[in-house]
Ligand binder design. Sequence first.
Ligand SMILES: [Zn+2]
Length: 348
Amino acid sequence: MQSATHDYYRILGLSRTASADDIKKAFRRLARQYHPDLHSGVKKPEMEKKFKELNEAHEVLSDPDKRRKYDQYGTQWEQADAYAKSRAQRGARGHGRSQTPQSGRTSSGYGGGDFSEFFESLFGGRGRDEVPRQYAVQGEDVETEVDLSLRDIVSGITKRVSLTESVSCSSCQGHGSQRGRTCQTCFGSGATREHKTIEVKIPAGVVDGTRMRVGGKGRPGLNGGKRGDLYLHIKIRPDQVFRQQGSDLHATLPVWPWEAALGAEVMAPTVGEPVRVKIPPGSRADSKLRLKGKGLPTASGGAGDLFLTLQIVMPSSLSDEARVLYEQLAKQPHPDPRAEVIARSQRE
Ligand SMILES: [Zn+2]
């Protein structure tokens, strides 16, 4: 009988007709749920066990060849696997001829004899040395958020990213036990946590919300499996001065009334050095100046534009001379600027 713990389909919550994509999706979903780093206290050992089973199920079912064998030999596969594991637990030195009585995992029905013969009858033609003890499992992907300022994405930046990684326990070589006792370094889990910092290059022009893949920087694989990947979620912090719209930037440019009226050359902010811009004579409030190429770089090598919205501001106090000048200005003939809104309000 196939036990529930080794029914790989049941572990993944799938039927035997599941597609490769179903398997991948179920694995990712459950891996996030069971990941030992996400649990603590009494739940942790249980999650570690589930996570191990999950990896095992995925390793077999995601490989079309292994899946076929598993589908065909279900029960025997389980025995073979238990046997291979018990061999690995006892260490690679013994050839596994003699079964250790205290290891409960060998008593799953395969009572003795030469294991390699058994394995050959199962899969055909494998030599003794090729008998897999444990299967290579690719390391997990890691996801982390990276906060950037607008200035970071103008030139691109090298960011330091801190990661916590589960590594094989060095005291017990990941077996969880030493000479039959629970390892006191990892408390039987076979893994310890390690903090590390890596540097990643963020290219110029990266967009908010981008999920950036850094190959081979995820968690290490098991039994020679390759490392997973690191995924960076790019988050761009809101800026004090510039509002971002795609690769374009928007900012407000305060001007005096006489600068708007007569035109002026003023300094304006950009994400790089401030630049000199021309305010055309007769500029209206809220009109926009467009500074071509002064926005953010784009992935294709171009750059967006910077739009400056003119904001007409008043000095906080007027000097006597300024008051006289404004009084002269007030005496000039000019239309009532409210005439239009008043007329419109009467039409309603
Ligand atoms: Zn240990």
